[in-house]
Design a protein around this ligand. Structure first.
Ligand code: FAD
Length: 290
């Protein structure tokens, strides 16, 4: 199918893009990498009157370390994140997860802003933003605001961004040196969306867990941070038995969706397995700096 007719604008600045969004309200859509939007246009799931192509806006493609954290411009491509030496050194969990996103051609075009705004519950970046406790900056003619990851994702393909807001950047807080990490994903074929994914970071002192961040994708309408599991692990001695028990207890309270990619029970099984693997791999990496 072909998309319904639409007008096209290619602003050169964030201000210009925000003014266009404000003028057209819910009738306009931002075009970033187009990897999710264009199929939706072709299927006529969306019929915006105006496409605002943000690819010509300068300065939105930066990858920068700020106050130990990572700031990513909205137009940073998945592939740029995957191959950035800074990201590999300071945020290896992000570099590792990006290799799981779709195929190379899609990673070359898809952007971090598009991925976060699209809010697919199986997507890797939303899961990382929630697990690592990040935030995004949103701009409109009304000004700029920061939205914490916990407040951004609002359900399947839904965010709390207003129709007139442009997501301009994402911020990931620093990982302490020596933090162990793991990103686990199961998909039927390489390049497919994961059916279930798990992100884990751990810090350990004298064999006892001093910090844990654990998140799952593909088990609900948004990525889920497993705060109860984190609390249960913090202060505990980490060994195979305690980590297996934590993974089982975490998966038991999930109520994952049933769909054509997998039943609820299957997703729960995947969650248990990926959490076990993730905790175990993260523990192995504690203190290694890799
Ligand atoms: P677009 O398609 O341009 O836009 C998506 C939505 O976000 C639109 O509604 C658009 O208006 C809005 N938007 C874009 N930029 C902004 C902004 N700065 N501010 C506010 N709103 C904005 N993704 C994964 O994460 N993991 C996968 O495994 C995966 N597999 C895929 C497999 C296939 C075959 C395909 C086609 C896509 C896959 N994707 C996957 C999606 C892909 O990564 C997309 O690139 C991503 O979801 C959207 O990014 P985009 O830049 O292409 O956004």
């Amino acid at each position: 199918m072909k998309p319904a007719p639409f007008a096209y604008a290619a602003p050169k600045s964030v201000e210009e893009a925000a003014a266009l969004l404000a003028a057209h309200g819910g009738d306009a859509r931002l075009l970033a990498g187009g990897q999710s939007l264009v199929p939706m246009l072709n299927f006529r799931l969306l019929e915006p009157a105006l496409l605002i192509d943000i690819n010509r806006i300068a300065g939105l493609d930066g990858i920068a370390e700020i106050a130990g954290g990572l700031r990513l411009g909205a137009l940073v491509r998945h592939r740029a994140l995957e191959t950035s030496p800074l990201v590999a050194r300071r945020f290896p969990i992000i570099a590792s997860a990006m290799a799981e996103v779709a195929h190379l051609a899609i990673r070359n075009r898809g952007t971090i802003g598009g991925s976060l705004a699209h809010s697919d519950p199986a997507a890797e970046l939303p899961l990382l933003l929630v697990t690592l406790g990040g935030s995004v900056q949103a701009r409109s003619v009304r000004g700029e605001r920061t939205i914490a990851a916990d407040d951004l994702f609002d359900g399947f393909l839904m965010t709390t961004l207003e129709h007139d807001e442009l997501l301009t950047s994402a911020h990931f807080p620093a990982l302490e040196p020596g933090t162990g990490w793991s990103f686990q994903e199961f998909s039927r074929r390489s390049g497919d969306f994961g059916i279930v994914s798990a992100a884990v970071t751990l810090r350990v002192s004298d064999g006892v867990c001093s910090d844990a961040r654990i998140g799952l994708g593909g088990v609900a309408g948004t990525p889920v941070r497993l705060r109860e599991t984190e609390s249960a692990l913090i202060g505990a001695r980490l060994d195979a038995a305690s980590m297996d028990e934590a993974a089982r207890a975490a998966a038991a309270i999930l109520d994952p969706p049933n769909d054509l990619h997998g039943t609820s029970a299957y997703r729960r099984h995947l969650a248990t397995t990926l959490l076990k693997r993730g905790l175990s791999e993260a523990l192995e990496r504690v203190g290694t700096g890799s």
